[in-house]
Design a protein around this ligand. Structure first.
Ligand SMILES: Nc1ncnc2c1ncn2[C@@H]1O[C@H](COP(=O)(O)OP(=O)(O)OP(=O)(O)O)[C@@H](O)[C@H]1O
Ligand SMILES: [Mg+2]
Length: 264
C-alpha cells in the first residue's frame, strides 16, 4: 500500500468502435499515483484517453482491466468524494448561477446560512460576484466555465479532477484563474489531477507532469517539476528553472505529435 490519495493501477480501457467488431484499445496499462496534496498535470495527444482516466477516478466509468483506488478503496461506483470539473462542464440552464453553485451543498444537507456564505466565497474565488441572479444563457462562455469550477470548489473536495478547465477561457482570464488555482490548491492542501493540452500551463501549475503516449496509450514519463512556489504564471520565463523544466517535458512529448518542419 502506498500513501497515494488516488492511484491508477494497471489500467486498460477498450471501447466498442462503430463499424468494427474488434473494438479499440484506448489505454494500455497505465500506472499513476497522485500523492496527498500533490498537483499532477496530465498531458497527452488528443484522443489518448485523458478524459477517460478522469471519468474512472470519478467512478463514471469502470476500466476494462485494472483498478483505481481513492484513499485505499477501489472506486467501483460514482465517487462523490472527489470534485470533478468535466471537459464539457455545463450549468443547469433553468437555475441561476448562485442556485447552480449551491446545488452540491443542498445535496449534502448544508444549512442555509452556511450555504449562502460558501456560495458567495466560491463565486468570489472565480471572479463572479455580482452575477448571482444571472441565468447561464446570460453569461459568457468563460463565465459559465468559471461557474462550473465554482460549483466544484464550493464543497471543498479533498481531490479535484479538472479536465482542461481553462481551455475555453480568454488568455487573461486564464492566467488569473491559473494563479487563483495555484493559491487555492497550495493553501487548502488540495490534491489536484489536472488535464491540459498546454505544456506551459502544466509546468507552471504542477508538482508532476504525467505524459501519455498516443493510443493505445501508456505513461511515457512522470516528470517532477521542482520550481519554487508561488510561481509567476503571468511571466512564465521569469521563474528560475522554467526553461529546463519545459524542455524536460517537451523532449518527451514532441515525439507524440505530428510536426512537419520541426524547428531545432
Ligand atoms: N463512451 C465511449 N465509447 C466509445 N469510445 C469512446 C468513449 N469514450 C471515449 N472513447 C474513445 O476513447 C478515446 C479517448 O477519448 P478521451 O475523451 O479520453 O480522449 P482525450 O485524451 O481526453 O482527448 P482530448 O484531448 O481530445 O479531450 C477516443 O478515441 C474516443 O473515441
Ligand atoms: Mg478530453
Amino acid at each position: 500500500m502506498n500513501d497515494a490519495v488516488l492511484s491508477f493501477s494497471d489500467i486498460r480501457q477498450d471501447f466498442p468502435a462503430p463499424g468494427s467488431d474488434a473494438g479499440i484499445r484506448v489505454i494500455d496499462g497505465i500506472n499513476l499515483d497522485v500523492g496527498i496534496g500533490r498537483f499532477v498535470a496530465v498531458i497527452g495527444p488528443s484522443g489518448c484517453g485523458k478524459s477517460t482516466l478522469l471519468q474512472m477516478a470519478a467512478g463514471l466509468l469502470m476500466p476494462t482491466r485494472g483498478t483505481v483506488h481513492h484513499r485505499g478503496r477501489a472506486v467501483n461506483a460514482v465517487n462523490r468524494e472527489v470534485g470533478f470539473v468535466p471537459q464539457q462542464a455545463q450549468l443547469f440552464p433553468w437555475k441561476t448561477l448562485a442556485q447552480n453553485v449551491e446545488l452540491p451543498l443542498l445535496l449534502r444537507g448544508v444549512a442555509t446560512a452556511e450555504r449562502r456564505e460558501r456560495v458567495a466565497a466560491a463565486l468570489d474565488a472565480v471572479g463572479l460576484s455580482g452575477f448571482e441572479r444571472y441565468f447561464p444563457s446570460q453569461l459568457s462562455g468563460g463565465m459559465q466555465k468559471r461557474g462550473s469550477i465554482a460549483r466544484t470548489l464550493v464543497y471543498r473536495p479533498d481531490v479535484i479532477l479538472m479536465d482542461e478547465p481553462f481551455g475555453a477561457l480568454d488568455a487573461q482570464t486564464r492566467m488569473v484563474m491559473q494563479n487563483d488555482l495555484q493559491m487555492l490548491s497550495h493553501n487548502a492542501g488540495a490534491t489536484v489531477l489536472f488535464v491540459t493540452h498546454d505544456i506551459t500551463e502544466a509546468v507552471l501549475l504542477a508538482d508532476n507532469v504525467a505524459i501519455m503516449s498516443q493510443r493505445p496509450s501508456k505513461l511515457l514519463a512522470n516528470i517532477e517539476i521542482d520550481l519554487p512556489r508561488p510561481r509567476n504564471v503571468f511571466e512564465p520565463f521569469k521563474n528560475p528553472g522554467f526553461e529546463d523544466a519545459y524542455d524536460a517535458v517537451w523532449t518527451v512529448f514532441r515525439s507524440q505529435i505530428g510536426i512537419r518542419n520541426q524547428p531545432h
